[in-house]
Write a protein that binds this ligand. Structure first.
Ligand SMILES: Nc1nc2c(ncn2[C@@H]2O[C@H](COP(=O)(O)OP(=O)(O)OP(=O)(O)O)[C@@H](O)[C@H]2O)c(=O)[nH]1
Ligand SMILES: [Mg+2]
Length: 489
């Protein structure tokens, strides 16, 4: 089992933006200090952190998000034309017969803008320091004959090193400052200028499986210093990319009957109006209360204008009847006009009144929000899930961003019911977010728990916060999508 100290984990997790799990992949004292063992155990695993322990009492190392890799077979000229399985071949570049004596000696760099190197202890005392990459293109040096290499700054060993006395005498180099930003610190500050390693460990970094309980880790989702005013200002100033030809971002609200789609739009509208509004009809009924397709704008009482987003509210999805895939694709592709009334017995086609046969980017959907009643995640209807999965298969190829809005958080957790400020501290909500992410095949960061305005008569800052966090992220995703669509035009 991993022996990484909890205080190291704690600071590394902070640098990595949240709680992580650390699984030991490679340990020099266990597996031998050789490039071969290191690559065999660490390649292609994804994000890793490397820890080096030296005889000066320094613990230091590096983090990379990209996987470690072997470098390709090359000839002595550094070329790579070797047909699989051959030990000798005619190299068209060297113009001679080359062999594979020089397997993987040519270094390659992997790009990683998130990489950093760090010091955890200096002369045995805990003095953590973080040094971010300054040349991301050179963040990771990959070479089959080397151990873990962080640019040219930190290259602990090459080939194989045997243990003498109590340490491995590193035959690599520490020469910091070329590819990582050391803020004036030198080799000595970083590592104690000592290449005698008592151990070297590489851990695989993964997201934690169980959700942290509120009492242990505090909030399960952190949003730093962001406050309501910052979110309001971001959203009010938001405009889609200029050249995208979309005047506003279109967000499609999709989900089962009674999930809270219309209430979500009403809630967002209320936040920006500063008072409770009910433009979209909401309520409880067996069949969908929303029967016509609506594209709603949000007005801000601060700017006096409308925000650059439209909420496209649809009829609820039902196990029998309701919206079908053809209708939904037509909505997403921008063929369906505002106030269109779907025919439950026949899907929309180009003969329908108002059908837009040549939609512009401004008519299309730029983000899909699956609106789910938080109390139904455990018992989500199979048929509706099946329809959603079929739709996802179609939209995944188009790259349209998707989020899940988990409504009725107040009905899932009593603490949230009493105080919506507890939303991101509630282990029950955290669990639900995890579960909903798995159900829809989306990362947790795309799942947003909210409590809609439903029986309130005036707006409340604590209710606004999760709604605004959700909306901001939707706009970010839609903006990325529009930018990407423009670059692939
Ligand atoms: N307690 C609570 N009730 C909510 C929440 N969101 C919506 N509701 C209630 O759920 C019911 C259904 O909400 P709607 O917004 O009409 O749902 P919809 O998805 O638009 O439903 P259809 O248009 O009929 O498909 C209403 O009575 C809302 O007041 C919430 O976050 N908390
Ligand atoms: Mg509705």
């Amino acid at each position: 089992m991993a022996k990484i100290q909890s205080r190291y984990k704690s600071i590394l997790s902070k640098w990595l933006g949240g709680r992580k799990e650390y699984t030991l992949l490679y340990q020099a004292t266990r597996d031998g200090c050789s490039a071969e063992a290191f690559h065999r155990m660490c390649n292609d695993k994804g994000p890793t952190v490397t820890l080096l322990y030296n005889t000066a009492g320094n613990v230091f190392g590096g983090y990379i998000a990209v996987p470690w890799q072997n470098t390709p077979i090359t000839c002595s000229g550094g070329h790579n034309p070797n047909p699989a399985g051959q030990t000798a071949w005619h190299c068209p570049y060297c113009r001679t017969v080359c062999n594979i004596n020089n397997v993987g000696t040519t270094s390659q760099y992997s790009n990683d803008a998130t990489a950093f190197i760090f010091r955890l202890t200096a002369k045995k005392s805990f003095k953590p320091k973080l040094y971010r990459v300054k040349k991301p293109g050179n963040a990771v040096m990959q070479n089959s004959h080397y151990g873990p290499c962080f640019g040219s700054d930190l290259q602990p060993f090459t080939k194989s090193v045997t243990k003498t006395d109590n340490y491995f005498k590193g035959n690599g180099t520490i020469n910091v400052g070329t590819h990582y930003d050391m803020n004036g610190d030198d080799n000595n500050v970083f590592s104690g200028g000592n290449l005698q390693y008592t151990d070297i460990e590489v851990y695989h970094i993964t997201e934690p499986t169980g959700m942290p309980s509120a009492s242990i880790d505090g909030a399960w989702r952190k949003f730093g210093q962001v406050n309501r005013e910052m979110l309001l200002s971001y959203i009010e100033r938001f405009t889609p990319p200029e050249d995208s030809k979309a005047k506003a971002v279109n967000v499609l609200l999709l989900g089962a009957v009674g999930a809270g789609k219309s209430s979500f739009f009403n809630s967002i509208n209320s936040v920006f109006q500063g008072e409770i509004t009910g433009l979209a009809r909401s309520g409880s009924a067996d069949r969908s209360l929303t029967t016509t397709y609506r594209r709603y704008r949000v007005r801000s009482n601060v700017t006096g204008g409308t925000l650059k987003m439209r909420f496209c509210d649809t009829r609820g999805m039902e196990c029998e009847g309701g919206l079908d895939l053809v209708d939904l694709i037509a909505v997403i592709e921008g063929h369906v006009p505002d106030r269109f009334r779907f025919n439950p017995t026949a899907p929309i086609d180009s003969d329908c009144t108002g059908y837009n046969s040549s939609p512009s980017p401004d008519d299309k959907i730029h983000c899909i929000a699956f609106v789910i009643d938080g109390t139904t995640v455990d018992v989500f209807p199979e048929k509706i899930l099946h329809s959603i999965k079929s739709l996802q298969q179609r939209i995944n190829t188009k790259g349209i961003p998707q989020v899940v809005i988990l409504t009725k958080a107040d009905k899932v957790c009593i603490e949230v019911q009493e105080d919506v400020n507890k939303m991101f501290h509630s282990a029950a909500i955290g669990d639900l977010v995890e579960q909903a992410g798995q159900l829809f095949g989306l990362p947790r960061s795309c799942v947003f728990p909210v409590k809609n305005y439903e029986d309130e008569v005036q707006v409340d800052r604590s209710v606004d916060m999760p709604l605004l966090l959700c909306l901001k992220q939707i706009l970010r995703f839609a903006d990325d999508y529009l930018q990407d669509s423009m670059s692939s035009d």
